[in-house]
Design a protein around this ligand. Structure first.
Ligand SMILES: *[C@@H]1O[C@H](CO)[C@@H](O)[C@H](O)[C@H]1NC(C)=O
Ligand SMILES: *[C@@H]1O[C@H](CO)[C@@H](O)[C@H](O)[C@H]1NC(C)=O
Ligand SMILES: *[C@@H]1O[C@H](CO)[C@@H](O)[C@H](O)[C@H]1NC(C)=O
Ligand SMILES: *[C@@H]1O[C@H](CO)[C@@H](O)[C@H](O)[C@H]1NC(C)=O
Length: 635
């Protein structure tokens, strides 16, 4: 039996079909399709039944899944695999039209074919008796010359604009979960200056490296294919590239509905549902066409919201009852730490002191952070923040167990990390952290930040990423601590706190100047940590002549000389994987660019660290722009 999901898919499709048929019942013809000619299926075969079921389900499935779908129907020799996807330079109407009419018409275009690859203006459709390989097919199938007569093109001008545009698009498409990137860059000719727009898009089943490989290969052919054109399109089954010296309308698909299973029993869709891109729906006609599926989406979203409210209420109940984030009595914590005696003190940080403690009742060793705060802060004010923080769960975050508002202070209770913090190892004379361990640690921190920034329901800024906030558990798994604390402390100390919170060597220039934190300022701080871990030195580098420069500038200089590996920690004795080391150093430089807009998102950083993304080409740094000796006290 088909799962219930399929019934919904079919219902949606019926409606789309009706809408489409009302407008135009002609078959949508693909560009010359690739229809298999051997071993055709027969009219009464199981393969045909499975294929019909798949083709009927694909449009709605893709409609709900960000305009891409891959799945299969059937089992054994009769199993049919299919994939459908829209191109982002067509609007929602055109996409929905293509999604609904392409599958409907393909059996008329290629009757009897066991596998088909078909490309339309707005979408592409493939089905096959074998799983569709998730590898880049570099063949260029179609080339379209676009001419904008009002634009004066010179091949030099076009080429000059391609370079920055294409490098942005290649990396951007690979890094984006939707596998698409668009952008523009100034284009200047003798007569005028305009913008060149571009789009790169990959079939969303490809992983980042395959996508990047495909787009790069097309980019490499631009010069040959379009010697002096004001626009052009290269189209293949794995990727798509378009540029033009004229405005280009890009329509991003709506965010995929959560957890869509494949039409039936197939491999799960490889699309990610991580990033909400936003819906760009422009017209009434789209709304009519999309009506039903939108309604489904909305209903699902509303349900999700309702669930959230319920969850919050449950949290409050839990909170009162004492399960979940526990509110401790001050007395309990005082007993656990022998009245906060120095003997139990683990350290002192920007936010306050940390004590080791033992909670007899729970038989649990904990770290208790005592944050001194301003006078009259209410319990309620902390409660909501603490509740958010305590709901964050990730294997690379230090878990908050509970809190207490008493004795004039805020006390936060965490799981105890037996191996202390990363800084202790990095800067000890005999730094014993091997490269594989360091590499594992940076990947773990990155995945914690990715969770905070992009994977949780709202973006949570850490605001104080530095090695002393990276804790190591018994097996040296890195866990980021103190997340969200900066915000709590901001509450406590009022307006002048953003500078006190965070540590200067890890703070990006804009944050230093204006105190504005953002996801990209967290990325900056993480970049400094990357460099620090790879180089084994602190953010302040003292030169032979006594001048102090920032580590990022020191590494950038070596990178500029083409010998970035010379920055590696000498205590490693050259024992490291050169590709990994280079990726960590280059990612560190990328993250610490002065201009926030040029810094990567944490997802891109993860791509580079995992060697899935090609190393970015970094803009040249000018010493003046980078070098600003931070006050020694801040480091
Ligand atoms: C969508 O694009 C088609 C052509 O591809 C165009 O005819 C139609 O007017 C567009 N609709 C909207 C709402 O922009
Ligand atoms: C199989 O079907 C295709 C059309 O899809 C047709 O062109 C081809 O001739 C058929 N092959 C045989 C052997 O009938
Ligand atoms: C990406 O996909 C290709 C082809 O499926 C595979 O060979 C490669 O190992 C994958 N890369 C990563 C990083 O998963
Ligand atoms: C550029 O375009 C012009 C026509 O606009 C053509 O005559 C010329 O051959 C083209 N140049 C190259 C290198 O193809």
């Amino acid at each position: 039996m088909a799962p219930p999901r399929l019934a919904v898919a079919l219902a949606t499709f019926a409606l789309l079909c009706a809408a489409a048929a009302g407008q135009d019942d002609k078959i949508l013809r693909p560009w010359p399709p690739d229809c298999s000619t051997a071993d055709n299926y027969t009219a009464d075969s199981q393969y045909k039944k499975n294929l019909d079921q798949l083709l009927a389900a694909l449009p709605a499935a893709a409609g709900d899944n960000g305009w891409f779908y891959e799945g299969s129907v059937g089992t054994g020799a009769d199993r049919v695999y299919g994939l459908i996807m829209c191109y982002a330079d067509y609007n929602a109407t055109a996409c929905m039209d293509c999604l609904s009419r392409a599958p409907a018409g393909i059996t008329t275009v290629c009757p009897g074919s066991r596998s088909v690859r078909a490309m339309y203006d707005a979408c592409t459709l493939r089905y096959s008796a074998a799983p569709i390989p998730a590898t880049a097919d570099l063949a260029v199938l179609y080339i379209v010359y676009l001419t904008f007569p009002e634009v004066a093109v010179t091949s030099e001008g076009v080429r000059a604009a391609w370079v920055p545009l294409m490098s942005e698009l290649t990396g951007g498409a690979a890094a984006s979960p939707l596998r698409l990137a668009s952008g523009s860059t100034p284009y200047s000719s003798s007569q005028s200056s305009q913008e060149m727009y571009g789009l790169a898009q990959c079939s969303r089943d490809l992983n980042a490296s395959e996508c990047s490989r495909c787009v790069s290969s097309y980019v490499g052919q631009l010069g040959k294919l379009f010697p002096n054109n004001s626009g052009g399109v290269i189209k293949g089954y794995s990727c798509y590239l378009r540029y033009q010296v004229a405005a280009l309308d890009i329509t991003l698909p709506p965010a995929p509905a959560p957890a869509t299973p494949p039409p039936a029993g197939g491999p799960s869709s490889s699309s990610k549902t991580g990033i909400v891109v936003g819906v760009s729906v422009g017209s009434v006609s789209i709304l009519i066409l999309l009506g039903f599926s939108m309604w489904l989406l909305l209903r699902r979203r509303r349900r999700k919201e309702a669930n959230l409210h319920e969850e919050t209420r449950a949290m409050e109940d839990e909170f009162e009852k004492g399960s979940g984030p526990k509110r401790f009595r001050y007395g309990e914590l005082a007993v656990a730490t022998d009245n906060f005696s120095d003997k139990y003190k683990l350290g002192e940080g920007g936010f306050g002191s940390v004590y080791r403690g033992f909670l007899k009742e729970m038989n649990l060793h904990v770290a208790i952070k005592r944050v001194s705060k301003g006078s009259n802060q209410g319990r309620k004010e902390y409660a909501s923040e603490v509740r958010i923080i305590s709901r964050l769960r990730h294997r690379n975050l230090v878990q908050l167990i509970g809190w207490c508002h008493g004795g004039g202070d805020l006390l936060l209770v965490y799981e105890l990390m037996p191996n202390g913090s990363l800084d202790k190892y990095l800067h000890s004379a005999d730094n014993k952290l091997s490269w594989p361990l360091r590499h594992k640690i940076v990947l773990e921190i990155a995945s914690a930040i990715l969770y905070l920034h992009q994977e949780w329901e709202q973006c949570v800024l850490h605001r104080d990423i530095k090695p002393s906030n990276v804790m190591l558990d018994a097996s040296f798994t890195a866990k980021l601590g103190d997340f969200g604390l900066a915000r709590l402390v901001d509450h406590a100390r009022g307006s002048h706190t953003t500078v006190a919170a965070g540590t200067l060597g890890y703070m990006d220039p804009e944050r230093r100047a204006r105190g504005r934190a953002s996801a990209r300022s967290d990325v900056y701080s993480f970049g400094v940590v990357l460099l620090e871990v790879a180089c084994g030195r602190s953010p302040a580098v003292v030169l032979d002549d006594g001048a102090v420069i920032h580590l990022a500038w020191h590494v950038a200089e070596l990178h500029g000389q083409g010998r970035v590996l010379a920055a590696a920690d000498p205590r490693l004795n050259g024992e490291f994987d050169a590709r990994e080391m280079e990726s960590v150093l280059v990612a560190g430089l990328w993250c610490t660019l002065d201009d926030r807009r040029l810094r990567p998102s944490i997802r891109q950083v993860v791509g580079v660290l995992r060697l899935e993304l090609p190393l970015p080409r970094l803009p040249m740094r000018t010493p003046a722009a980078t070098y600003k000796p931070p006050p020694a006290a801040g480091l």
